[in-house]
Design a protein around this ligand. Structure first.
Ligand code: NAP
Length: 243
């Protein structure tokens, strides 16, 4: 199976930013998409819009910190469209600041959403992929994990934990059933930039540099559209001017 059209794709964090852009682009290219996030009003609006454009989409309230929610998201894809071809574990939060600030609550939130959330997705999707004999895990990590900079140590740590996890899983899955892809975006123009808790100047500089979330969505589509025997392992998508 190759191409995006006809695939069933679940996307976490689909209520805004990169996840919303991924869901919209894949639906436009003929995938059936299942959108997960906590803000269901936002999900419903995106689903409505996709359907008005002739696409196939459903929303499913999902808090990735709860394992049962990911089970429900995957089950919804199977119930609605008969299977799940791709899980895009994209939900994430970014709290930036020096480690010495001891933002322990922010660290816990990042670990719960960015790491535990992805593990919950893997736990829910793997049995379905194995049953089907085919499946693809895509995650949104970050260039923060490729170039380590001050104020992003814990965020980068969570993203690199996921990068490591997917590489380990890849090496355990050489029977041809599972494909894994880690997408590393640089600075992207989304709501995440407003919620980092970072210094105003730093966030303003990031906003200036940022690229559109659609750029990341195109990278996801590229990984998804490959034939089953071709795995795109890592893609970095950053602003041309990012250092
Ligand atoms: N923007 C950047 O510069 C950038 C760069 C590199 C990587 N990334 C990564 O890209 C991903 C998407 O972020 P974004 O930039 O698109 O930011 P965003 O617009 O803030 O989107 C974050 C998404 O994650 C969801 N989310 C947060 N906590 C959740 C939870 N507990 N359960 C379910 N969903 C949850 C949010 O939905 P609800 O609040 O509705 O639940 C939202 O849909 C994240 O993993 C982020 O780390 C972003």
């Amino acid at each position: 199976m190759s191409g995006v059209s006809g695939k069933v794709v679940a996307v976490t964090g689909a209520s805004s930013g990169i996840g919303e852009a991924i869901a919209r682009l894949l639906a436009e290219r003929g995938a059936a998409v299942v959108l997960g996030a906590r803000r269901t009003d936002r999900l419903d609006a995106v689903v409505r819009d996709i359907r008005e454009r002739g696409g196939r989409a459903v929303a499913c309230a999902t808090d990735v910190t709860r394992r049962a929610d990911l089970e429900r998201l995957v089950a919804r894809a199977v119930a609605e469209y008969g299977r799940l071809d791709v899980l895009v574990s994209n939900a994430g939060v970014g709290r930036i600041g020096p480690v010495a600030d001891l933002d322990v609550d922010g660290w816990s939130e990042m670990i719960d959403v960015n790491v535990r959330g992805v593990l919950h997705g893997i736990a829910a999707a793997l049995p379905v992929f194995r049953r089907q004999g085919r499946g693809h895990l895509v995650t949104t990590v970050s260039t923060s994990g490729l170039k380590i900079v001050p104020t992003q140590a814990v965020y980068a740590g969570t993203k690199n934990a996921v990068r490591t996890l997917l590489e380990g899983l890849r090496q355990e899955s050489t029977d041809g059933v599972l494909r894994t892809t880690s997408i590393s975006p640089g600075v992207v123009r989304t709501e995440l930039l407003d919620s980092t808790g970072g210094a105003g100047e730093q966030v303003a500089r990031m906003r200036e540099l940022a690229i559109a979330p659609e750029a990341v969505a195109r990278a996801v589509a590229f990984a998804v559209e490959q034939p089953d025997d071709v795995e795109i392992g890592d893609i970095t998508v950053r602003p041309t001017a990012q250092g």
